[in-house]
Design a protein around this ligand. Structure first.
Ligand SMILES: Nc1ncnc2c1ncn2[C@@H]1O[C@H](COP(=O)(O)OP(=O)(O)O)[C@@H](O)[C@H]1O
Ligand SMILES: [Mg+2]
Length: 227
């Protein structure tokens, strides 16, 4: 069964009375455990689409099904709960909280969940930071970490609640090619070893893994890209 289905999604922004029709009828489906890359130029609507798919925004029309449930028909509380438990999101600019350590940043989505004991959560956060190669940086604040390290903390934070789907918005956009390659290796490893579904949007294709499905986005619609 398809895990995520987008049905005729439309989204416009209005600025000073002018309409910008950003997402213009997107249909697509993603199977559990798939890795999908959506590639397109800046301004193509990549972030808007990813936010719609991850339940972070609301389409003007159309719908997004997660395991057969239309997430925008859920109450805000139920949709937040679904996001917290089943969805991880990695942002281009990391969005780490500067006044907290790497470990505390990773623990946060687990604390929001409130059904886990804090000692167990702390151990799990340490283990997850270990998985992304940052065992020795648990107590450092984001300002004491490189860009690549901060993005790895953000990935650990996205994984702490064992999500079924990981969304990544230009996860290597601010990294050099060596760090970018490491981040993609980590992401593909997650797909292969844990069966996590991964959807990445990016403006370049320098990553392409032969297992990934690649789509293009242009003028608010999806196109096929041949590789
Ligand atoms: N909140 C907003 N209000 C008005 N316009 C927006 C908003 N967010 C994005 N846009 C515009 O929508 C278009 C698509 O943006 P975005 O989805 O961020 O593209 P991408 O991630 O591909 O660069 C751009 O022209 C952008 O300026
Ligand atoms: Mg963007």
């Amino acid at each position: 069964m398809d895990q995520i289905v987008a049905r005729d999604l439309h989204k416009s922004y209005y600025n000073g009375g002018k309409r910008l029709h950003v997402i213009r009828g997107i249909d697509f489906a993603v199977k559990k455990g798939a890795a999908v890359f959506i590639v397109g130029p800046s301004g193509a609507g990549k972030s808007t689409l990813l936010h719609l798919l991850a339940g972070l925004d609301r389409p003007d029309s159309g719908g997004v099904d997660f395991d057969g449930t239309d997430i925008y028909k859920l109450s805000d509380r139920k949709r937040s709960e679904l996001r917290n438990r089943k969805i991880g999101f990695v942002f281009q600019f990391y969005h780490l909280l500067q006044e907290f350590s790497a470990l505390e940043n990773v623990m946060l989505p687990g604390l929001i969940r409130r059904d886990r004991d804090v000692a167990g959560l702390k151990k799990r956060a340490r283990d997850t930071l270990g998985r992304v190669g940052l065992s020795s940086k648990c107590d450092n604040r984001p300002s004491e970490l490189s860009g690549g390290e901060q993005q790895r903390v953000a990935i650990a934070r996205a994984l702490i609640n064992s999500p079924e789907v990981l969304f990544c918005d230009e996860p290597t956009g601010n990294l050099d090619s060596e760090n970018g390659r490491m981040i993609y290796e980590l992401i593909f490893d997650l797909v292969k070893k844990n069966g996590i579904t991964v959807i990445v949007v990016t403006h370049h294709e320098g990553f392409a893994d032969r297992h990934a499905q690649i789509l293009g986005i242009k003028d608010g619609i999806l196109t096929k890209i041949m590789v």
